[in-house]
Design a protein. Structure first.
Length: 328
């Protein structure tokens, strides 16, 4: 009975904390009235979510909270107070949203990569992301490594040969251009960091080799980021020039515009290239790039556990045998 009660109260607390979502902030303010006195005001924005609030809502809430004293507010003081409340809401709207959890083929203790998704993901990276983002740690030959996208060696040769690399010096001391080889690392879209920044309004597109390891919520985050551009800009948010609204990015304003438009790539296996599909595929590919030996690591788990299990039984049997004539 007691346990049941405890369980119910835990459920209740979890329900309370889980259900509310991003709560509207309460604001406490001192307001100067016309007669010189100061009035403390406590504002709650009730049910309306922060990203729907407008300046008119703020004005209405202020009037309601002040009650009879609303008439005593000079117009300058009213504007000051409204600005303060709006500033408060704006700073709450700079916190990034946590991404939703997606179902990934590779998650879980025995999860593996989906070869076709990795190949499609490579295509999305190559045709869409690679014009801005480098992946310095991956070489073309990795694309045929076990546990990876599973391209054949000939396919990898063809993929590498699409690019031109500077090599040399030759016997005359000159540098020369040659087609890419499987041992070459992915080419960088920019020759240096300044060029990358100059092409992107001052923001440097980060190298994507380890991006799913480098960000909290890894794959879920990158997926949410790539599909998170359709949200309307909240009425109270002022957008900076050259930035795009994306609630999953820290600060919610990002220098990368939306990248994935339906059917912008044509998949060889006939999969329909919706935005979600391309985002899923490219994230799977980036996750593999961040941990190319993941499948080998997970495959070790079963033999290791089996070994430990057998060892435990042997240890137990030897313990029984050694102590069999001794009282204990
Ligand atoms: C037109 C250039 C451009 C293209 C194409 C592009 N990006 Fe970006 N990306 C950027 C810029 C610029 C930033 C840095 C944004 C910032 O710091 O505000 C960025 C940042 C990112 C980030 C890091 C966000 C963070 O948390 O720091 C990820 C992840 C990302 N891009 C993924 C992708 C993927 C995946 C693709 C391909 C589907 C892609 N990008 C295509 C320009 C681009």
């Amino acid at each position: 009975m007691r346990i049941a009660k405890l369980f119910l109260s835990i459920l209740f607390v979890v329900g309370l904390t889980g259900a509310s979502g991003p709560a509207s902030p309460d604001v406490d303010l001192d307001v100067q009235l016309a007669d010189g006195s100061t009035q403390k005001v406590h504002l709650t924005f009730g049910e309306k979510p922060l990203d729907k609030l407008t300046r008119d809502d703020v004005r209405a809430m202020l009037t309601i909270s002040l009650g009879d004293q609303a008439a005593q507010l000079s117009s300058e003081e009213r504007t000051r107070v409204e600005d303060e409340i709006v500033g408060h809401i704006q700073s709450s709207l700079r916190y990034k949203k946590s991404p939703d959890h997606q179902h990934w083929h590779f998650s879980g203790p025995l999860g593996t990569f989906d070869r076709m998704a990795l190949q499609r993901g490579y295509q999305v990276y190559r045709e869409v992301c690679a014009s801005c983002h480098s992946m310095d740690l991956i070489a073309f030959r990795n694309l045929s490594d076990p546990g990876g996208p599973g391209f054949s060696e000939d396919e990898v040769k063809a993929l590498a040969a699409q690019f031109t690399y500077e090599d040399g010096p030759d016997e005359f001391g000159d540098m020369f251009d040659r087609p890419g080889k499987p041992s070459d690392y992915f080419p960088n879209p920019y020759t240096n960091e300044n060029q990358g920044r100059a092409a992107n309004g001052g923001a440097l597109p980060p190298d994507l080799s380890l991006i799913t390891k480098a960000r909290k919520y890894g794959p879920d985050y990158v997926y949410a980021l790539m599909t998170g551009y359709d949200k309307p800009v909240p009425p109270l948010v002022e957008m900076q020039v050259g930035l795009y609204y994306n609630p999953y990015f820290s600060g919610r304003q990002i220098a990368m515009p939306n990248q994935l438009f339906p059917e912008m790539v044509e998949y060889a296996d006939g999969t329909v290239a919706t935005q979600e599909q391309m985002a899923k595929d490219v994230v799977e590919f980036l996750t593999w790039a961040g941990e190319p030996k993941m499948e080998a690591r997970k495959a070790m788990a079963i033999p290791v556990l089996a070994y430990l299990f057998i060892l435990t039984i042997l240890m137990y049997m030897s313990y029984k045998r050694l102590w069999r004539n001794i009282d204990h």
